[in-house]
Ligand binder design. Structure first.
Ligand SMILES: Cc1cc2nc3c(=O)[nH]c(=O)nc-3n(C[C@H](O)[C@H](O)[C@H](O)COP(=O)(O)OP(=O)(O)OC[C@H]3O[C@@H](n4cnc5c(N)ncnc54)[C@H](O)[C@@H]3O)c2cc1C
Ligand SMILES: *[C@@H]1O[C@H](CO)[C@@H](O)[C@H](O)[C@H]1NC(C)=O
Ligand SMILES: *[C@@H]1O[C@H](CO)[C@@H](O)[C@H](O)[C@H]1NC(C)=O
Ligand SMILES: *[C@@H]1O[C@H](CO)[C@@H](O)[C@H](O)[C@H]1NC(C)=O
Length: 447
């Protein structure tokens, strides 16, 4: 479940608008002509990708019967099923078509959305309320380097810093990255042990009585023989016995955490349509002080008011994540964080996220946020940019407005540095979405 927050050694390849253009029609890119219908961008794509064989098989408009299936294939939150769709979807198999798409979108006044895994919590990689072209990287499993593409060295350390946690979609397009995973474990406990806690309320049997259920799921890098004495020492309350432990390969733990049987072939993990999608509104917090029992009681009572649509997940922190300074990369939630709190309500039984019941669930989530305030981090109240949440604010006219949400994701120093880097690499703010790193019209000295 946990993705690595810091990766080292790492290298990325990235296209930004600042690359030198090899196009003959370069000068015309700078006049952004108003858009009429998708004919303009489609024509541009087809005429400039003549070197690529069978390009037409990689470009989809709403007129193609496969447009919707392609759009739906790798989106992971069905809450956004009815949101506005792209004018054109491009599914490149190599980088030239990525560059062509970028240039055609810019030339014809479309926004560009990039989609990789499609997990964006606000659907920002595949929907927008403005005309847009979507590049879907589903076919890009490997790339060869050719000019116009930046690697760590040619992009410079500032931009390389920014794209590791600063929201890559504010800075350009990532073609490839290589990372190494680091362990993230509960603070103060054996580094080989990770325990995730899921909390929700549910009716007891068929009765009208409710209870709060807490599920502890653990991953331990080692054998049952060494795990049992460790748990006896650290968590005797859990009463873990040999019977409920299962030894498996690390990769198989991903199957189990998705609720799949251990006998499932691991190849299923690379099959996007086999993994269940969510339909949820997500928020996050970070907790730096243990929550007192009185606080937990309040949270339990709040959960009891919920109609079984809510889920809280405690992801323990510590380990390698805590060893790096807050400014090492944009991701700042490090030493001192005990756990990250994931908070969500689902709309699984609803036709949309705006039905009266859905609206009640969203309001419940907001009031949970208020109740949690005394128990979570403050100044700023930290939030995880991976769980992007437009309720935190979308103001971007000036630093004061943008800091309302930006400092929660990145903290002050990092957010200011991201803004300075953004001003250098994308001063026209081409790479944007409602919570992208802003470009201000007034000068921002960054200090
Ligand atoms: C079911 C589910 C479980 C999750 N679990 C966790 C978890 O355990 N831990 C955690 O930290 N997070 C988790 N997340 C959040 C997830 O990590 C983030 O939403 C992450 O940004 C998803 O990346 P993606 O490539 O799948 O998403 P996408 O929706 O494809 O993209 C996310 C953002 O990146 C941009 N982008 C995508 N590809 C590129 C590219 N090639 N170049 C430039 N920009 C690009 C998009 O435009 C968008 O802004 C979960 C989300 C879901 C839906
Ligand atoms: C989409 O439709 C056009 C026009 O019929 C066709 O040329 C193109 O090949 C189709 N694209 C795909 C990916 O099927
Ligand atoms: C709940 O109700 C259903 C249908 O009335 C019944 O089949 C089931 O056995 C009941 N379950 C429990 C745990 O009482
Ligand atoms: C992927 O999963 C879907 C849904 O379970 C299934 O229909 C499809 O055959 C699978 N594809 C592959 C390549 O295994």
């Amino acid at each position: 479940m946990k993705k690595s927050q810091l990766s080292s050694p790492v290298f990325f390849l990235l296209i930004t608008l600042s690359f030198s253009l090899s196009w003959d029609s370069l000068s015309s890119i700078l006049d952004v002509t108003p858009r009429a219908s998708s004919e303009d961008v489609l024509g541009c794509l087809l005429s400039h990708s003549h070197r690529i064989t069978s390009t037409s098989q990689l470009i989809f408009t709403p007129a193609n019967t496969s447009f919707l299936p392609v759009w739906q294939a790798s989106f992971q939150n069905t809450r956004f099923l009815t949101t506005p769709k792209p004018s054109v979807i491009v599914t490149p198999v190599e980088e030239t078509l990525v560059q062509t798409t970028l240039l055609c979108a810019k030339k014809h006044g479309y926004e560009l959305k990039m989609r990789s895994g499609g997990h964006d919590c606000e659907g920002l990689s595949y929907s927008a309320y403005v005309p847009f072209v979507m590049i879907d990287f589903t076919n890009m499993r490997s790339i060869d380097v050719n000019g116009n593409i930046l690697d760590r060295k040619s992009m410079g350390e500032d931009l390389f810093w920014a794209i590791r946690g600063g929201g890559v979609s504010s800075f350009g397009i990532i073609l490839a990255w290589k990372l190494s995973l680091v362990p993230s474990v509960a603070p103060y406990i054996d580094r080989n042990l990770l325990i995730r806690t899921t909390i929700f309320s549910e009716y007891i049997g068929n009765s009208t009585k409710k209870t709060v259920k807490v599920i502890f799921e653990g991953i331990y890098q080692g054998t049952t023989d060494t795990l049992l004495p460790l748990l006896d020492e650290e968590f005797p309350e859990l009463g873990v016995t040999r019977e409920i432990c299962q030894e498996m390969r690390s990769i198989q733990s991903s199957l189990v955490s998705w609720g799949l049987p251990l006998s499932t072939p691991i190849e299923i993990l690379s099959n996007r349509s086999a993994i269940a999608k969510v339909n949820a509104k997500v928020k996050s917090d970070y907790v730096r002080e243990p929550i007192p029992i009185s606080g937990l009681r309040k949270i339990w009572r709040k959960l009891m008011e919920n109609d079984e649509s809510a889920q809280l997940i405690i992801n323990p922190f510590g380990g390698k994540i805590a060893e790096f300074p807050e400014t090492a990369i944009p991701y700042p939630h490090r030493a001192g964080v005990l756990f990250q709190l994931y908070k969500a309500v689902n709309f699984n039984d609803q036709t949309s996220d705006t039905t009266p019941i859905s609206m009640r669930r969203r309001a419940w989530l907001q009031t949970l946020d208020e109740l949690l305030k005394p128990y979570v981090s403050s100044n700023p109240r930290e939030a995880c940019s991976n769980y992007n949440d437009l309720d935190l604010g979308v103001g971007n006219e000036n630093y004061e407005e943008a800091s309302v949400w930006g400092e929660r994701y990145w903290k002050r120093d990092n957010f200011r540095k991201l803004i300075r880097i953004k001003a250098k690499v994308d001063p026209d703010n081409f790479f944007r979405h409602p919570q992208s790193v802003p470009v201000f019209s007034n000068s921002f000295n960054g200090m």
